[in-house]
Design a protein around this ligand. Structure first.
Ligand code: HEM
Length: 153
């Protein structure tokens, strides 16, 4: 599937009301532990570092959105991305970076820019041999972040 089509399909998925995804019965207490299946599917810490080693240079070289990162400390940015994706994938890390709204508010970021970053991330996941279903699971967890990141039309 084309990257953008996949992203749009995911946006629709994420837009489902919570009740449509909720289990019919209350989950047993044992399953309250963090589900790290996605984190493991992404290759754990080493997998995330390798993914971001591919993604950050790809993003910075992107003719459409690379300019946003002209003044960014890329080593720190990569570390923060690893931490954050660890958190959202259930790896049990602590994210020590800036709040998403504050980190992005000084840049004028459009939905098209957000979608482009998602496409670059998909290309990196593909390059790393991450299965399509795993790619989609991560994108589904990142998609709602656009509310804090996209700040202009
Ligand atoms: C799901 C999508 C995104 C995620 C998970 C994400 C995550 C992050 C993280 C973790 C940081 C580091 C915060 C810190 O320095 O403590 C950051 C910074 C930054 N992000 Fe994003 N971001 C996303 C989308 C975007 C988009 C679409 C753009 C623009 C096209 C963008 C531009 C930037 C820039 C320029 C910085 C660096 C700010 C600086 O230099 O201080 N981000 N982002």
């Amino acid at each position: 599937m084309h990257a953008r089509a996949a992203a749009l399909a995911l946006a629709a998925l994420v837009a489902l009301p919570a009740c449509a995804q909720a289990p019919a019965k209350a989950a047993p207490a044992a399953s309250a532990a963090v589900d790290d299946a996605l984190y493991r599917a992404l290759g754990g810490q080493a997998g995330l570092v390798a993914l971001m080693d591919d993604f950050v240079p790809r993003l910075v070289a992107d003719p459409k959105i690379g300019h946003f990162f002209a003044k960014t400390d890329l080593a720190n940015f990569k570390d923060m991305l690893v931490q954050q994706v660890c958190v959202v994938s259930g790896g049990g890390c602590t994210y020590r970076g800036a709040n998403m709204k504050l980190a992005h508010e000084e840049h004028d970021i459009r939905m098209a820019d957000f979608n482009r970053l998602v496409e670059d991330l998909q290309v990196s996941m593909e390059a790393r041999g991450i299965p399509f279903a795993t790619q989609n699971q991560l994108l589904a967890r990142l998609a709602p972040m656009h509310r804090d990141i996209v700040n202009t039309h």
